[in-house]
Design a protein around this ligand. Structure first.
Ligand code: XMP
Length: 514
């Protein structure tokens, strides 16, 4: 049976991935494509519905991102959002103009609940508006089904042709009943029954991997992070010991992390696979000796990782497949789907495939968002502490020690970080802060302890709340918790005499210190 699909056509809006995630929350599978994608290609995918995103342009300007009127004549339901709403009106013969004032922020909107789009929505509800242009005149055949004080056409429909448009952003949480509106579109108007479920994802993928791999050998670089762990367990479930996982301990992991990964995936653990742990701490510390510049450290760690992995791969010999934990945002952000510019290439471990003798890459999580990867992890029975792990950078503590990395400094930051994480958990805050860690500032200062002068390091504590890690706010940790962490770090970790809390948001700061 063919799977249901909704296509999101991206006009360069900032919320493209969010729209796709919200659709998937309605149990409908959905993919993002650039507005430049050939219409015949989209039609061939046989989507049940199409959503047009917002975008930065004005649709009446020369060279603006646009679409052909054929898009609206394929008999497929279309929902235009923000710029997409204006474009639909413009292309079909309405008028879009610049408004006298920009409408921005939470706004009260009156919706016509007789429209299928607003079924079960409160007649006066709150929406998130962000636009300069507005629909001054609707295209022929459309009627307005929502309005605000400043925007006469906050939503419009042409029911006969299954065309709908919304000027505001139902995908952002500030639009109180936005999820319901998107649900109404994909489930009622497009008629999707909701066949995108993580239990069936596991079942179908295990079957597909079995068929693809046959008797072949598969190699996986396991970091202990969420993505590579879920990919490895999915593979293990499909092909068992035909899978070999190589875990490189580069000596820049958090306290006891190497042993924890080994306990889950190693010989005494829960899964049927071959596990190889490479203890390469010394090699990494040697290479990092005397290196202070952050990008140089990243490069050394990345390159050394490849070298270690390559040596292990040589011992194993030729394999048929190499597993990568690529997820959907990586695909979109590397410019392969949608309209986004390349934002995070430095965050990916580059160059791995080139060092391994293999025939094909398997990316079992390529279509999933992070929250879906976590759901798959739970389906597979992976321990919760691994599934809900906070993000940890590839170069690890190497970029949480400012300046030169030494074994001694690694130990200091590991111990301080372990105390910090323990106390955050004790205070019940671990589920509500998106990322938090200790860093070693490399600054030494004068202190006094037991009547003696000290000259020791300062530890910086960082904790941020963020949705997408592109922007972040410093978390407001209760003073008592910070005091407890501080006193424990000073008492329990040698060579630390000062603890600082970083209140910088991103921007202007970044989340990591380097
Ligand atoms: P920044 O510091 O750029 O961090 O605000 C944003 C997110 O990315 C993580 N990060 C990295 N991850 N390699 C990685 O794999 C890196 O070099 C790297 N630098 C930052 C960071 O932990 C945060 O989640």
């Amino acid at each position: 049976m063919e799977k249901e699909l909704v296509v999101v056509i991206d006009f360069g809006g900032q919320y493209n991935q969010l729209i796709a995630r919200r659709v998937r929350e309605c149990n409908v599978y959905c993919e993002i494509y650039s507005y430049k994608t050939d219409l015949a290609k989209i039609k061939a995918m046989n989507p049940k519905g199409i959503i047009l995103t917002g975008g930065p342009s004005s649709c009446y300007e020369e060279g603006a991102a646009t679409c052909s009127s054929e898009l609206f004549e394929m008999g497929i339901p279309v929902l235009g959002l923000c710029y997409g709403a204006q474009l639909m009106a413009f292309v079909l013969g309405g008028k879009v103009e610049r408004a006298a004032v920009r409408e921005y922020g939470k706004t009260e909107v009156a919706v016509d609940t007789s429209s299928a789009l607003f079924a079960d929505v409160t007649p006066n509800t709150i929406c998130w508006m962000s636009h300069f242009d507005y629909i001054a005149e609707m295209a022929p055949g459309f009627r307005a089904v929502a309005s605000t004080a400043n925007c006469p056409v906050a939503a419009a429909e042409c029911k006969e042709r299954n065309l709908y448009s919304i000027q505001f952003h139902p995908e952002v949480l500030h639009t109180t009943e936005g999820s319901k509106m998107l649900y109404n579109f994909v489930r009622t108007i497009c008629g999707c029954c909701g066949d995108w479920r993580m239990d069936s994802f596991v079942e179908e993928n295990v079957k597909a991997i079995k068929e693809k791999v046959g008797n072949g050998k598969v190699l996986c670089a396991l970091s202990g992070g969420v993505d590579s762990s879920v990919a490895a367990v999915l593979l293990s479930k499909a092909i068992g010991s035909q899978l070999t996982c190589v875990f490189v301990d580069h000596g820049l992991l958090r306290k006891n992390e190497g042993d924890e990964v080994e306990a889950v995936f190693g010989p005494g653990g829960n899964y049927d696979l071959n596990f190889i742990r490479v203890n390469a701490q010394g090699r990494f510390y040697d290479k990092l000796q005397g290196v202070e510049e952050p990008e140089a450290k990243r490069k050394i760690i990345g390159e050394e990782f490849i070298r270690v992995f390559e040596e292990e791969a040589k011992k194993i010999g030729a394999v048929d497949f190499l597993v990568q934990g690529t997820i959907y945002p990586d695909v979109v952000e590397s410019g392969l789907g949608g309209e986004s510019a390349v934002i995070k290439s430095h965050h990916n471990v580059g160059g791995l495939p080139a060092c391994v003798d293999f025939k094909e890459i398997i990316e079992p999580l390529r279509s999933l968002f992070k929250d879906e990867v976590r759901k798959v992890g739970l389906e597979l029975g992976i321990p919760e502490h691994l599934v809900f792990r906070q993000p940890f950078p590839g170069p690890g503590l190497g970029i949480r020690i400012i300046g030169e990395v030494t074994a001694e400094k690694v130990k200091i930051v590991q111990d301080a970080d372990a105390i910090y994480r323990e106390e955050i958990a004790n205070a019940g805050l671990d589920g509500s802060i998106n990322q938090y860690f200790a860093a070693l500032t490399n600054m030494r200062s004068v202190g006094v302890m037991g009547d003696e002068r000290t000259y020791d390091y300062a530890i910086a504590l960082r904790a941020v709340n963020t949705v997408d890690f592109m922007t972040a706010e410093s978390a407001q940790i209760p003073w008592e918790v910070l005091q407890k962490v501080t006193s424990r770090i000073i008492n329990e970790v040698s060579h630390v005499n000062r603890v600082l809390y970083d209140v910088t948001s991103k921007p202007p700061g970044t989340i990591e210190f380097e």
